[in-house]
Design a protein around this ligand. Structure first.
Ligand code: THU
Length: 160
């Protein structure tokens, strides 16, 4: 018997002003699209902004449904849109922000497990890491250099 220890690494930025202007812009776009979320059931709004290697920015917000599982998270709305419109482009960076209508989210909100798996598919396909920045409504921003830091033991096509 032996144990396996998995370590991961994130970078913490206390404020957006510590970030390069390109990332500040991406976060601002994520905030703008977050406000357009359709979240009548959870009142929890998420925005995601992707920067592609062709210079395009693709946005997404969570889209809820009266049949709850039929809704979709902001990250997957954005990443599927990027895959559909620019199938040849690589995704370089992703900015995520989440805010509740009822209480202020002060801690960084990471992408959910299903979104991590969806992002992993694109990272594997493009063979280059996706930088992921995530925050709440206010407060610190966490940066992961790759999806792999957020999803150790990733399931990918090599297992099929
Ligand atoms: N949500 C996202 O958009 N992204 C996540 O990574 C976590 C959750 C959405 C789904 C649902 O509309 C609301 O937040 C509450 O779970």
């Amino acid at each position: 018997m032996k144990n396996i220890t998995v370590t991961t690494q994130l970078t913490v930025f206390e404020t957006a002003t510590e970030l390069p202007s390109e990332i500040q812009n991406l976060l601002e776009q994520a905030i703008t699209i977050r406000k357009k979320a359709s979240a009548p059931y959870s009142n929890f709004r998420v925005g995601a902004a992707l920067l592609l290697d062709n210079g395009k920015i693709v946005l997404g917000s969570n889209q809820e449904n009266a049949a709850y599982p039929s809704g979709l998270c902001a990250e997957r709305v954005a990443i599927f849109q990027a895959g559909a419109i620019y199938p040849e482009a690589k995704i370089l960076k992703m900015a995520i922000t989440a805010a509740s209508d009822t209480n202020q989210t002060k801690s960084p909100i990471p992408p959910c497990g299903a979104c991590r798996q969806a992002i992993a598919e694109y990272e594997f396909k493009q063979e280059d890491p996706i930088e992921i920045y995530f925050m709440g409504e206010v407060g610190a921003i966490y940066k992961s250099d790759s999806l792999k830091n957020l999803l150790p033991f990733t399931f990918d096509k090599n297992f099929l």
